[in-house]
Design a protein around this ligand. Structure first.
Ligand code: PLP
Length: 375
């Protein structure tokens, strides 16, 4: 049995997404910028996807800019705001557990003269609103805070923090990387008090290569890519119509039953945790109230060794402390998971289609792995 438990890395495209992409390639293959009917038809399907995605966030469709993925959305959000507003206000406040596409961009901005304040979780592994507010001041240009952490599933207090910041410093631009929350829990721009939101198509059963940045009306984001002024001049370059249509189709499919799927995945999380907690040397790193879609555990053996052992059984998970290509991100350490526990961390990430039978296979392979792998 092929068991895929690495859905936080990427998801299998749903059939609706694949059909939408094929139809865009075979029927609506025009350039959305062309003035003739073929171009107009391509523009119409792109705008339909824009309408679906904006509707899911509860915003106007003119506030969605399509990008190549959330890495680009995060870069555009951070660099685009700093270029627009960062001449006088030179400080950015962020959580210390952001995805590399935010964190590395912050480091680059730091080199160009911005002050970056990274707020870590406290010793109890939790984030506190007041820590963010106390770090903000008149010199702060933006606050960036992911909604769900991609390594542990921890849910950050975005709504509470953004609301408090807006009350005290309405000028500060708020940005949230909502990649691991979108279509898994409600993500509404107004409720979150977010000026900018980053999304990725392939994490919601779309296809790799399409993402979006929500930009609240009135907020100025200067482009990273200049050229033919597509996407209202904020992201030049011919839109990838097939990938955007796939993104829209996936969003349309999954936006209807978010709470039912959340309940189902919560049951799966409880099932998994109750069965693995009895395995010698296995501990759960994710918080009880984290996203049920992501469960981080330590297995007592080096992550990579266990990952390949599971792979030999046709079971696919992620090494829990890796941000990309096996490199350590340091995020687990920020959450107080260090040393052997970080080196032996695995990330299991599910969908509502994951079954108990698949989890049983995983649990039994994990048990076998902990007993049979030496050292
Ligand atoms: N932000 C988070 C929280 C992620 O988990 C990821 C992907 O792992 C990204 C951003 C980057 O997304 P993309 O692959 O669309 O560039």
């Amino acid at each position: 049995m092929f068991i895929y438990l690495d859905n936080a890395a990427t998801t299998k495209p749903c059939s609706e997404a694949v059909s939408a992409a094929v139809s865009a390639m075979t029927e609506n293959f025009g350039n959305p910028s062309s003035l003739h009917r073929v171009g107009l038809n391509a523009q119409l399907v792109v705008d339909n996807a824009r309408k679906i995605i904006s509707g899911s966030l509860g915003v106007d469709s003119s506030s969605i800019v399509f990008t190549s993925g959330a890495t680009e959305s995060n870069n555009l959000a951070l660099r685009g705001i700093c270029t627009a507003y960062g001449r006088k206000r030179r400080k950015i406040v962020a959580s210390s557990v952001e995805h590399a596409s935010v964190d590395e961009t912050l480091s680059a901005l730091e080199k160009s003269g911005f002050e970056i304040v990274r707020i870590p979780p406290r010793s109890d592994g939790r984030f506190y609103v007041s820590d963010f507010i106390d770090s903000c001041d008149e010199n702060t240009v933006m606050l960036t805070m992911m909604y769900v952490n991609n390594e542990t599933g921890y849910i950050l207090p975005v709504k509470e923090t953004f609301s408090a910041v807006k009350r005290k410093f309405p000028e500060i631009v708020t940005h949230s990387d909502c990649v691991q929350a979108y279509m898994k829990m409600p993500v509404k721009a107004n409720a979150l008090n977010a000026d900018l939101i980053s999304l990725s198509g392939h994490k919601i059963h779309g296809i790799k290569g399409a993402g979006a940045l929500y930009i609240k009306k009135g907020i100025r984001v200067l482009p990273l890519i200049t050229g033919g002024k597509q996407e209202k001049g904020i992201r030049s370059g011919t839109e990838s119509v097939p990938l955007i249509c796939a993104f829209g189709a996936a969003a349309e499919k999954f936006m209807t039953d978010i709470s039912e799927r959340f309940s189902r995945v919560t049951e799966l999380k409880e099932y998994l945790i109750s069965h693995i907690s009895g395995i010698d040397g296995v501990t759960v790193n994710s918080p009880d109230d984290g996203s049920p879609y992501i469960i981080n555990i330590s297995v007592g053996k080096r992550s990579e060794i266990m990952l390949h052992f599971l792979e030999s059984k046709n079971i696919y998970v992620s090494s829990g402390s890796a941000c990309s290509k096996g490199q350590k991100s340091g995020v687990l350490e920020q959450f107080g998971i260090s040393g052997k526990n970080a080196d032996s961390a695995l990330r299991i990430s599910m969908t509502a289609e994951t079954t108990e039978t698949e989890l049983d296979e995983f649990i039994s392979a994990l048990r076998e792995g902990t007993e049979s792998i030496r050292g």
